[in-house]
Design a protein around this ligand. Structure first.
Ligand code: G3I
Length: 351
């Protein structure tokens, strides 16, 4: 159970529920059979992580839960340009520093997210006009962040969502001000800022081979590799919908073709939204997707990195962005792990 305070005084009726939950295999503590989930994930050799908000790093109970459940963290918003560098003269390092300190204290790995995006940029970035000025600012951003966190952040989503939904390059301020080589410039700047960091291109609706955007994303990654851009991996965000299920075959074919290019593949932002109201059937369909993805991430030919885009419904980006949808994460709004959460440990232990 995430919000331990709710559980600190266990009423008799609640105790019965807890016992029943244990009997049907529902774990309520981020651990299974006494072993913390992050230890189990570590033994399985997989990154099992979550996006965190800056406030999480300041809350002792949340820190504790994160520390025993996950092996890797990614800042949901703290590294985005408008947060970390809101005015040209001011760097707001405190939130990111707190997340890095949390990861260090708990022994967790970190992904950085993100430098190049068309959203969450401050006004002085949105106002950029000329190529030279844009290259200078972008390079400074990448350099400053990656130098500060050298050796502390293992990998970065250098660029996020550069393709439009039809698979063409998205019309962004970076394309308009710098031109089509903006990805080359960003990835080269990142490689030189921290040569040991792994550099990723991240996107959504890119998970399936045989779809317009999935194939366009593959072609883009291949072109970048072929022209020597320092790209180490691709991120498949995987913001999915319970009602559509998972096309495991198309996803497996996609993962395989990236790996053939010598690229790493990470499942970077997993969530599965449900069309409200929630029913047991819908939650079961949701659970199948979460668990199947973990199984795929874990196999030898799989992704190896499984990041939840937040673990709890109480702090979800979904209702604000997709009205009528919700319940997209493995822990419900009351802080209770959903039934399928117990499957995570079993899957991680499977040979
Ligand atoms: O921090 C301000 C707060 O001061 C203000 O009172 C409040 C009022 O709306 O807004 C707060 O900022 C919000 C911010 O999240 C922090 O909570 C923004 O409005 C809100 O737009 C922003 O949403 C984030 C979204 O990216 C931005 O587009 C979500 O939390 C975050 O989960 C989401 O993450 C993206 C990934 O980076 C890329 N892939 C898709 C994913 C979902 O959109």
């Amino acid at each position: 159970m995430f919000e331990k305070s709710d559980e600190s005084i266990i009423q008799p009726a609640k105790a019965a529920t807890l016992i029943a939950a244990a009997v049907i295999g529902v774990t309520l503590s981020g651990c299974a059979a006494g072993e913390d989930l992050n230890k189990i994930a570590g033994k399985a050799g997989i990154d099992f992580g979550t996006a965190v908000q800056a406030g999480d790093a300041y809350d002792p109970k949340t820190r504790d839960y994160i520390g025993k459940t996950f092996t890797m963290l990614v800042p949901e918003n703290a590294m985005k340009w408008e947060n970390i560098h809101p005015t040209k003269a001011f760097w707001n390092w405190s939130d990111m520093d707190a997340i890095v300190a949390l990861a260090e204290e708990k022994g967790l790995d970190l992904r950085g997210h993100t430098f190049l995006w068309h959203q969450q940029n401050p006004p002085y970035v949105n106002a950029l006009k000329g190529r030279e000025e844009a290259v200078e600012l972008l390079t400074e951003q990448i350099n400053s962040v990656m130098t500060r966190y050298k050796g502390k952040i293992r990998e970065y989503d250098v660029a996020n969502e550069v393709l439009a939904d039809n698979g063409r390059m998205r019309d962004t301020l970076w394309l308009r001000t710098i031109g089509p080589d903006y990805l080359d410039i960003a990835f080269r700047a990142a490689r030189s800022a921290d040569p040991d960091a792994l550099l990723f291109l991240n996107d959504y609706s890119n998970e399936y081979a045989g779809t317009a955007k999935g194939d366009a994303f593959y072609r883009l990654a291949k072109e970048l590799k072929e022209r020597g851009v320092p790209l180490d991996g691709v991120g498949l965000q995987l913001h999915l919908m319970a009602e559509y299920g998972l096309n495991a075959d198309a996803l497996a074919r996609n993962v395989a073709r990236f790996r053939e290019l010598g690229l790493k593949v990470a499942f970077t932002e997993v969530d599965v939204r449900i069309k409200l109201p929630v029913t047991p059937e819908k939650e079961e369909a949701q659970g199948k997707i979460f668990t199947e993805l973990l199984r795929m991430a874990k196999t030898e030919s799989g992704a190896g990195t499984y990041m939840l885009w937040g673990w709890r419904d109480s702090r979800s980006w979904i209702p604000g962005t997709f009205p009528g949808y919700g319940s997209a994460h493995p822990v419900d709004a009351k802080g209770k792990e959903k039934a399928f959460f117990g499957e995570f440990a079993k899957i991680l232990k499977e040979r």
